[in-house]
Design a binder for this molecule. Structure first.
Ligand SMILES: [Zn+2]
Ligand SMILES: [Zn+2]
Length: 271
């Protein structure tokens, strides 16, 4: 382990579980910085609004990890959740990781998204409805949030059905109760899995060095559209290549993906 670079991760929610192994493979030993309350940078439950974009929030955490620990390398993680981008019906998760080199002031990021998330909420008016919701979201392995931050009852700490029943019953005395999946990583195993997927992407990037300056993080930057339709040979909106770019020196190279795609993607053959 001694030849790995110490890398500070700012988290209060046990995210090292998802990051340690892939990052070690890329040459970085993750250690946590947990004496900083990351909730002060924004919470999913809305007590504190996050400032700026996901990427900006993750960057701020990565830079804080470096400044608080004195380590050269730091990592910040940020997620967001909502409905899917097409119909908004099924849950959709997004995760970003930013790796920061405080000495070179370089930043490498990775982003994943998908429906593999446990994100749901429901307003219930009796205990039975609440327990049905809890069972459906996989409680107690997945955490639950009872009530709203500004409400009389507001609790993210229920760890079993008995504690949940007591908490919900008390809240129901004041009317209908909002329930939601806890999106904090240590209380949401699905989210932890998505962070692990993102960590894998980040590790792959970190392990890929620029052919020109040898800096880590030589990775996919932008698609090159225009793969040809296999029927009519007109260019389509599908990628034919991807541009890899170095975050340090700006060197770019194009990686070929495919020359042709099926006519399904063609605006002429299949408008
Ligand atoms: Zn065509
Ligand atoms: Zn370079």
């Amino acid at each position: 382990m001694s030849n790995l670079y110490p890398t500070a991760l700012l988290t209060c929610h046990g995210k090292q579980v998802a990051l340690e192994e892939p990052l070690a493979q890329a040459g970085y030993a993750v250690f946590t910085v947990s004496d900083f309350n990351t909730d002060s940078l924004g919470t999913f439950t809305g007590e504190i609004a996050r400032e700026g974009t996901m990427l900006e929030a993750a960057r701020r955490k990565a830079q804080l990890a470096c400044s608080l620990s004195g380590a050269r390398f730091g990592i910040g993680s940020e997620g967001s959740f909502g409905g899917d981008p097409w119909f908004g019906i099924t849950g959709w998760g997004r995760e970003v990781l930013v790796w920061y080199d405080a000495e070179e002031q370089l930043e490498i990021s990775a982003f994943v998204q998908g429906p593999e998330t446990n994100y749901a909420n429901k307003c219930v008016s009796d205990l039975e409805e609440a327990l049905t919701f809890a069972a459906a979201i996989g409680f107690p392995q997945h955490g639950i949030v009872v009530g709203q931050p500004d409400g009389i009852i507001y609790d993210k700490s229920c760890s079993d059905m008995q504690a949940l029943s007591i908490c919900v019953s008390k809240a129901l005395e004041y009317g209908a109760v909002d329930l939601a999946t806890d999106m904090r990583a240590h209380r949401n195993p699905k989210r932890m899995q998505m962070i692990a997927r993102c960590a894998q992407d980040l590790a792959t990037r970190l392990a890929t060095h620029c052919p020109q300056c040898q800096a880590p993080g030589f990775g996919a930057h932008a698609p090159v559209l225009g793969a040809l339709c296999e029927e009519c040979h007109m260019p389509t909106q599908q990628a034919r290549a991807v541009v890899f770019k170095c975050v340090a020196c700006g060197f770019e190279s194009e990686k070929h993906l495919r020359s042709e795609v099926t006519a399904n993607y063609c605006d002429y053959c299949n408008p």
